[in-house]
Design a protein around this ligand. Structure first.
Ligand code: ADP
Length: 280
């Protein structure tokens, strides 16, 4: 009870009463300093990564504007191509900025959305059906293992959807000839597991771990062509962690991947009732 902290801004320290408590306090402070040091390093790295990621689209737009300036007035072909290429890069940048904001916000959600609950099956069905509609060239399969009426998780619905959308989006993006996506939902007494499987590019064993890193792409050029920034999975992972869930992947290069997420489910009906009341 010497140090109380839900967050840094709410840190409270009581005056130590014994030499043991003084040494406890020094331990606490050292651990805190380590955390702050890590955090600062992490932020610095992030700023570096972001600058690096933004440099390419900015350079492309700059190149096109220079061309426009030089030849665009006389040559309608240059004019059209430069404008459309610049616009495409700007749309990309806009997406990148949005994803970076999402990533920044993803790590303190449990404080902001503490009382939010989401019904798993209806949310999954809704997102799933949107994908069926969006990608008619794909075959989608949804397998819900045990289907009681309702199943709740203590997660803000938008975040639950966002995680699922990131995995489905990737399954579509990295599919190759076999355009087939399987979603499986299974439950244990205390958790729900969602698996999203594709039969596309797959990944090597090392990449399976690395793909959750910020801006990491197995094939930079290819992912860029598909509109990827390398942030989707890091956003998903950050969100999942914030809700005390787990996310991981199984994959075989050139054969496909399965991404899994697992969350604790709400078993206490009183809590579900209370959260529903708050939501109203
Ligand atoms: P991106 O915007 O590049 O898709 P992600 O963070 O979502 O960013 O994914 C990071 C990288 O992981 C991708 O660039 C891709 O190389 C790899 N990846 C993600 N999902 C899959 C998948 N289902 N199959 C194969 N590779 C994948």
């Amino acid at each position: 009870d010497l140090v109380e902290a839900e967050s840094l801004s709410q840190l409270r320290v009581r005056k130590p009463r014994s030499s043991d408590e003084w040494s406890d306090l020094s331990d606490h402070i050292n651990r805190l300093l380590d955390k702050i040091d890590n955090y600062v390093k992490n932020q610095k790295q992030f700023v570096e990564d972001v600058s690096h990621e933004l440099r390419t689209p900015v350079a492309i737009v700059e190149g096109h504007l220079k061309m426009l300036n030089r030849w665009g007035k006389e040559d309608p072909e240059v004019l059209e191509e430069s404008i459309s290429a610049s616009l495409q890069e700007i749309v990309r940048m806009k997406g990148l900025v949005q994803e970076m904001l999402d990533l920044m916000r993803a790590d303190h959600v449990d404080v902001d959305y503490k009382d939010e609950i989401t019904e798993v099956y209806s949310t999954i069905r809704q997102v799933f059906n949107n994908f069926v509609m969006l990608y008619p060239e794909f075959q989608f399969y949804l397998d819900i293992e045990s289907d009681p009426d309702e199943l709740y998780v203590k997660i803000f619905r938008n975040h639950f959807e966002q995680i699922f959308i990131i995995l489905l989006d990737n399954a579509v993006k990295y599919s190759t000839d076999r355009k087939e996506i399987h979603v499986a939902v299974s439950t244990s007494v205390t958790a729900v597991r969602i698996a999203v499987q594709d039969f596309g590019e797959g990944m090597s064993a090392e990449d399976k771990e690395r793909v959750f890193g910020r801006f990491y792409r197995v094939d930079k050029a290819r992912s860029r062509d598909k509109g990827g920034n390398g942030l989707g999975l890091s956003i998903a992972q950050q969100l999942v962690k914030s809700y005390r869930g787990e996310i991981w992947a199984d994959s075989v290069l050139h054969h496909g991947s399965i991404f899994y997420v697992e969350f604790p489910t709400l078993t206490d009906t009183r809590q579900i009732y209370k959260s529903k009341q708050i939501a109203k």
